[in-house]
Design a protein around this ligand. Structure first.
Ligand code: LLP
Length: 424
């Protein structure tokens, strides 16, 4: 099996042992399909890479990339922890069986209720992002008489060199505490009765395809750890965030092995317990979005392949100009002519596109297309814009598959709303 879980067999794309045509027929389209084997294999590879230096490491899968219960449970059973950024994600992680002691909670806007919830369940670590958050936490812990284990999320002011909308580690971004302010805040945290300040955390962005920005950021973290220790603080942990990129198009991102070797160079001498928060790397390539052709619309000037998936199902192209490979599920015969087309959805705006200028054979109504690299930031970002049903999700294991989230039909969308008395 190909490491992503998707293989061409007898001219047709399969997920592990299951023909994608069969899933489309039985579940309908658009539909997200994930490979269980790929999820587990990717987790194991990441885990082995970062664990190889003998340090205590925790791999906290960043739920935001794909928070389907079945995906989380698959990774949790393989040993993964979770990085959550809301009370809702914390609830999801626990529901899928992630033990609280493997959960870290990040985010710039944790509410009082979320801090209380995290304390109550006893998670591994809260990553604090501001003096104001420390202030609120100190009130919550005193009231509850419970101890919070925290790390300070530091903003190292490093440009990750990725898309501006997914860059998080420069001073222009809302995330973390400016590295210059960290020693003072750490001292304040360390002085609080119910707070155990054990570490530092950093996350500089997503879909980073070079090691250099990470290495610069981690170098700054190493210097901060030394300074904090020199000031008498016991710094035991570093949480290095996520961000490792994948190949959607022609990117050549480093693998987790090279990434881990870089981490060792930057931080190896410090004897820290390390946590990682990979999201995209773990799931992007393990999932596809299957869609059917509605029209192969050929105007005099341009060809559009109009499909039944749209920007509400997969927002990444509309928001980030993201590239996802798109191929027919059934390979065309050799020598079939192809021409350029924009692959678009039925939604009423021009940002509703999934691929631009793609070489595709002539297509007919109901032909199936497979949009690759859709396992991360796909289904989780879906909406019901244009009153479109929310696409179902399917998990494949070997020759089996299961619908892990049924389609949320439009009737149910409407039923969820209420008329006020004066209209009823
Ligand atoms: N940790 C923190 C604190 C984060 O903010 C993120 C992602 C991660 C970990 C996981 O990063 P990853 O390993 O997935 O790069 N919707 C965008 C991506 C947003 C990422 C937000 N934070 C996209 O579709 O590209």
């Amino acid at each position: 099996m190909n490491p992503s879980g998707f293989v061409l067999r007898r001219g047709r794309w399969h997920c592990e042992g299951v023909d994608l045509e069969r899933i489309a027929r039985e579940v309908g389209t658009p539909v997200y399909v994930y490979s269980s084997g790929a999820l587990v294999a990717r987790y194991r590879r990441f885990r082995a890479a970062v664990a190889r230096f003998g340090r205590r490491t925790l791999v906290c899968y960043a739920l935001k990339a794909n928070s389907n219960q079945a995906a989380i449970a698959t990774l949790a059973r393989a040993g993964a922890g979770a990085d959550v950024v809301s009370g809702g994600e914390l609830q999801r992680a626990l529901a899928a069986g992630v033990p609280p002691e493997r959960i870290v909670f990040s985010g710039v806007g944790k509410t009082r209720a979320e801090l209380e919830y995290a304390l109550r369940v006893g998670i591994h670590q809260l990553n604090l992002e501001s003096a104001e958050e420390l202030e609120l936490l100190s009130r919550v812990v005193s009231a509850q008489r419970r101890t919070a284990t925290v790390a300070l999320r530091v903003n190292p002011d490093i440009d990750a060199g990725t898309h501006a909308k997914i860059t998080t580690g420069t001073k222009a971004n809302k995330f973390g505490i400016a590295i210059g302010e960290a020693p003072e805040l750490f001292a304040r945290a360390a002085g609080l009765r119910y707070v155990r300040a054990l570490g530092v955390a950093v996350h500089i962005g997503s879909q980073i395809d070079r090691l250099a920005p990470f290495e610069r950021a981690f170098g700054r973290i190493a210097r901060l750890v030394r300074d904090l220790r020199a000031a008498g603080h016991g710094v035991k942990r570093a949480d290095l965030g996520g961000g490792l990129g994948v190949r959607y198009d022609r990117e050549t991102p480093p693998g987790p092995e090279a990434y881990a070797a870089m981490v060792e160079r930057a931080l190896g001498g410090l004897g820290l317990d390390l946590a990682f928060e990979p999201g995209r790397w773990m799931v992007a390539e393990a999932g596809v979005l299957l869609t059917r052709v509605i029209y192969d619309k050929r105007g005099r000037h341009k060809r559009f392949v109009v499909v039944d998936a749209a920007m509400n199902d997969l927002m990444r192209p509309a928001i980030y100009d993201a590239y996802h490979p798109i191929e027919p599920v059934r390979m065309p015969d050799k020598g079939t002519a192809a021409s350029r087309a924009d692959v678009v959805g039925p939604i009423c705006e021009s940002s509703d596109w999934l691929g631009k200028g793609r070489q595709l054979p002539a297509l007919a109504e109901n032909d199936l297309l497979c949009i690759f690299g859709a396992g991360a930031y796909g289904a989780v970002m879906a909406s019901s814009y244009n009153t479109r049903a929310i696409a179902p999700e399917v998990l494949v294991r070997g020759r089996d598959f299961a619908v892990t989230r049924p389609r949320f039909e439009t009737a149910a969308l409407i039923r969820r709303e209420r008329l006020p008395d004066w209209l009823a």
